[in-house]
Design a binder for this molecule. Sequence first.
Ligand code: FES
Ligand code: FES
Length: 152
Amino acid sequence: MTVTFRINGAETQVSESPDTPLLWIIREHLKLTGTKFGCGAGQCGACMVHIDGSRAFSCLTPLAYVAGKTVTTIEGLSRDSTHPVQKAWLAESVPQCGYCQSGQIMSAADLLAQTPKPSREAIIEHMSVHICRCGTYPRILRAIERASQGDE
Ligand code: FES
Ligand code: FES
């Protein structure tokens, strides 16, 4: 099956089985390796991308689902890492090993797009689908609060 969709602003066509996980397409076909494989089962958030502007687990999304849709990965979130969430991440020195971080940033950007001034509880709830083995949770919380205050 050939599926046409937009990714990071460019139209692309991929010929693969329709049930191939989008994560595989992103990493193996399109060589966009910022999106990570963690569990492959919707349990860790490492694979998070945006589909039509809302976050989605790319490991659970079949290729056929994105036909005609718009996908954004960490590579396309901003042109030069100047999205407010990325700037706040840098200001708070959030990453440790970095493996989980692109997924965390994509979720944080999704949250602030829907709710520009979320409560601390709303941030914790929204980000609870992510696992960070390095325990960067307090810095993630601070970075999202910083970005929500326009205090990059
Ligand atoms: Fe998708 Fe873990 S790899 S949620
Ligand atoms: Fe290492 Fe999150 S920074 S897993």
